[in-house]
Design a protein around this ligand. Structure first.
Ligand code: SF4
Length: 348
């Protein structure tokens, strides 16, 4: 029997879940998980950085901010064709969703034709599409939705109270507004946060409470463990107790029973045992691939070896097209993009 979806969680209730004895929390999370999902299936996404670095925002954890000297090599917006090639490789590697990320405050008008072409091309491959491009207006969200974008990622990062310690160049409300625009345009929402940034349990409670009291829960909830990158203000942050990370996943699973909870950044630093605990706590989505935007991600085959050892199967994404039809559709979409001169010209 699947669990009812509630949107009226109180902070006290969420806090009480965090405070449960670990085994009781895991039991509840696993019970909710089994009532709503196949417990041995994990959705696999691949992430591609379509524009890297030189971001004007000041997110203290992020190596892509132009404000911090992290030695990251800046890259311009990738060509549509190159993105589609990456998506093909991701599909061949077993991914069902292809996420494209750009380090922007928000996309500019001139960027929109390129990104919408990317969405169309990747969709033609039979992959689900997700983008993270910063803040989007109502019109931009509609344009992306019209192009066929399935998911838009925009994280809340942390609790409203702790948020100002981490980012000053956009407000919490700006983030909520973007999520509202994404929903209004009919796309699915991917939104979560980062733990291990020096926040307290009350902030992890605050973050999950914010997500779980939305009118509609995000379909995808990434829970990231801070990756400390030299040169960023959070480089020297103290380790978070790994059990607190697992508790965050378990509570997210319980209070957002139908959402995919994603084990995201920070997986490289987790051993197989910790990742297995995260699956047991209800995580059922991962990023798969060599890089997670700019920080290393466990190698693809290592992930599949762990899946094998745990008896986990990648979740399927059903598409009506066969391989040949998909190939033809992709070629047509590339040609269309070329004719419309949507290919990025680095000289411009
Ligand atoms: S997290 Fe996003 S918005 Fe913030 S600095 Fe990094 S790329 Fe820019």
């Amino acid at each position: 029997m699947s669990t009812p979806v509630r949107h009226d969680w109180t902070r006290a209730e969420v806090d009480a879940l965090f405070n449960l004895p670990f085994s009781d929390l895991m039991f509840q999370a696993q019970t909710v998980h089994r009532a709503n999902f196949d417990p041995n299936e994990v959705q696999v996404s691949t992430l591609c950085s379509i524009k890297t670095g030189a971001c004007p925002e000041d997110c203290k954890y992020c190596p892509q901010s132009a404000r911090y000297d992290t030695g990251l090599e800046k890259e311009k917006l990738m060509k549509v064709e190159a993105v589609i090639e990456e998506a093909k490789a991701a599909k061949a590697g077993g991914a069902t969703r292809f996420c494209m990320g750009a380090a922007w405050r928000s996309p500019k008008k001139k960027d929109m034709p390129y990104v919408t072409s990317m969405v169309k091309g990747v969709k033609e491959l039979g992959l689900e599409t997700c983008m993270t491009l910063g803040m989007v207006s109502e019109d931009q969200a509609q344009e992306l939705s019209d192009a066929g974008l399935d998911y838009y990622n925009h994280n809340l990062d942390t609790s409203p109270e702790f948020y100002g310690d981490i980012i000053t160049t956009r407000t919490y409300q700006d983030r909520l507004d973007t999520l509202g625009n994404v929903r209004a345009a009919g796309m699915k929402v991917c939104s979560g946060g980062i733990v291990g940034m020096g926040e307290g349990q009350k902030d992890r409670v605050g973050l999950l409470h914010q997500l779980a009291t939305m009118q509609q829960h995000p379909e995808s909830v990434p829970v990231n463990m801070l990756v400390r990158v030299e040169g960023t203000p959070l480089a020297q942050e103290e380790d978070l107790d790994p059990f607190d990370f697992i508790r965050t996943i378990a509570v997210a699973r319980i209070i957002m029973p139908k959402s995919h909870v994603r084990l995201s950044a920070g997986r490289e630093e987790m051993n197989d045992q910790l990742q297995s605990l995260a699956f047991l706590a209800g995580a059922n989505s991962i990023f798969y691939g060599e890089k997670l935007l700019t920080t290393a991600n466990p190698k693809k085959n290592k992930d599949m070896m762990l899946f094998d050892r745990l008896g986990i199967n990648p979740e399927k994404y059903e598409t009506e097209q066969d391989e040949e039809e998909q190939e033809q559709a992709v070629m047509a979409s590339i040609e269309e993009a070329k004719n419309d001169q949507f290919f990025y010209n680095a000289a411009k």
